[in-house]
Design a binder for this molecule. Structure first.
Ligand code: SAH
Ligand code: AVI
Length: 330
């Protein structure tokens, strides 16, 4: 672990070093040698991937970000009042745009103490920490650069106040169902009796709306999708030609998730130098890069039951596009 203290108010612990390169190597070795090729979505988010994601959030077709922001703006004061929280732990914090809304509500309520963001993206986390301590003078930030699938136990103990553990943006939907329930259970284990989980989930809706959100007219999502190939080229000395892969996004109604894939436009033979691995793609062969599950309240309730979490409050927008759940440990 490496600790970087930038100012008296900011401490950042990093758990990603050589271990992270190994994790990418393992995921690639595992994912590219399967009969149906797959790479986990966490590898999108180098500095360029995080920037592309920020641009996705501003796209007219990508409704989840602005909708969740509206739900938060409308309900943050109530959420802080019912939880009495003074600390926000955010998993996959990104630019912390939504955290800012909750922190502002804590500041208005006079409870604000600490923000604990956890993200694999060092650039996004550091920038957010610096901006936030500038904005809220009573705030300290204890950031964790890490992987929420491996480093939840590195989150600092609660600082003597109730806390909200937030997983926003629909990120829970990026896990396959079994892993999703395991993650919810592990997050539940972080909660003390006074603490609450705040979970953002995108909701099931017409396929056309969902597919447009993941295949925008400007092609930013396509670039985000192909960014994983740039990451592999740089980090693992691979020789993918990203333009040889077409961006695919479709709603799988049976599984109720959007899938993003990269489809080889022609036969491709790729060398992943760092692994000494040659990977063949037939023309039209696809590599799955992300699933993004869409929820109904009933299905989310089942996931909460399986993870021993109790849904206390459900907040949504007038068009039922997106939902925020407040839950506690059973
Ligand atoms: N919460 C923000 C960002 C969502 S994007 C929002 O709602 O807009 C998903 C974020 O999770 C990115 O910042 C990405 O870097 C981070 N992330 C993805 N996989 C991760 C993992 N395994 N561990 C930690 N952070 C991860
Ligand atoms: C971070 N996550 C919730 C986004 C999503 O919608 O599943 C990632 C994303 N992929 C394409 N566009 C946005």
């Amino acid at each position: 672990m490496k600790t970087v203290t930038r100012s008296p108010e900011i401490r950042i612990d990093s758990y990603l070093s050589e271990g992270e390169e190994r994790s990418l190597a393992n995921d690639v070795l595992d994912g590219l040698t399967r009969p149906f090729k797959e790479i986990p979505p966490k590898h999108f988010y180098d500095a360029r991937g995080s920037e592309l994601f920020e641009r996705i959030c501003e796209l007219p077709e990508y409704y989840p970000t602005r909708t969740e922001r509206q739900i938060l703006l409308a309900n943050a004061d109530e959420i802080v009042e019912v939880t009495g929280a003074g600390e926000l732990v955010e998993l996959g914090s990104g630019s912390a745009e939504k955290a800012r809304i909750l922190l502002a509500a804590m500041s208005r309520a006079g409870t604000l103490r600490r923000y604990v963001p956890l993200d694999v993206s060092e650039s996004a986390l550091e920038a957010a920490a610096i901006e936030l301590v500038d904005e809220f003078e009573e705030l300290s930030v204890h950031g964790v650069i890490g992987d929420f699938e491996r480093h939840l136990d590195r989150i600092p103990a609660a600082g003597g106040t109730a806390r909200i553990v937030a997983l926003l943006g629909g990120t829970i939907g990026n896990f396959l169902p079994g892993t999703r329930r395991r993650m919810l259970r592990e997050i539940g284990a972080l909660l003390g009796p006074e603490d609450r989980l705040l979970l953002g989930t995108d909701l099931v809706k017409e396929a056309a709306v969902l597919e447009a959100a993941y295949d925008d007219a400007q092609g930013i999502t396509a670039e985000f999708n192909r960014n994983v190939l740039h990451v592999l080229n740089r980090e693992l000395d691979a020789d993918f030609s990203p333009d040889a892969f077409e961006h695919i996004a479709f709603f799988d109604r049976r599984h109720e998730w959007v899938e993003m894939r990269l489809r080889a436009r022609r036969p491709c033979s790729v060398l992943v130098g760092a692994l000494g691995l040659r990977v063949e793609f037939a023309a039209g062969e696809e590599l799955r890069t992300e699933i993004s599950a869409k929820f109904t309240r009933a299905r989310l309730q089942e996931d909460f039951d399986a993870a021993d979490l109790r849904l206390e409050r459900w907040y949504t927008d007038p068009d039922n596009l997106f939902a925020l759940s407040l839950a506690c440990r059973e």
